[in-house]
Unconditional design. Structure first.
Length: 91
């Protein structure tokens, strides 16, 4: 509510603040549904947009992810080949 007083109607322009308000209101109104309280951890994601070094780190991690999946698939293929080979060897 302090952010609403401070920002006024400009509060709706920031996506993370709208997300904060939505999660807090849903967790207050739906007391029985504890699922929405778990989403409050995503409020910390706002730090990624504010700290430039952290933003670069997250971008770097997401850019490496496709290469990591290719390496993972290659390792799966190697493990499969060796499992078939050893199954035939110790039969």
């Amino acid at each position: 509510s302090m952010q609403l007083i401070y920002h006024g109607i400009n509060l709706l322009r920031d996506g993370f603040l709208v997300f904060d308000v939505l999660i807090v209101v849903l967790s207050w109104t739906l007391v029985g549904a504890q699922v929405f309280r778990a989403f409050r951890i995503f409020r910390a994601m706002r730090l990624i947009t504010r700290i430039n070094t952290l933003k670069k780190l997250v971008v770097a991690l997401f850019s490496v992810f496709p290469k990591m999946t290719a390496i993972f698939m290659l390792l799966l293929l190697i493990y499969y080949i060796f499992s078939v080979m050893f199954t035939q060897l110790f039969k």
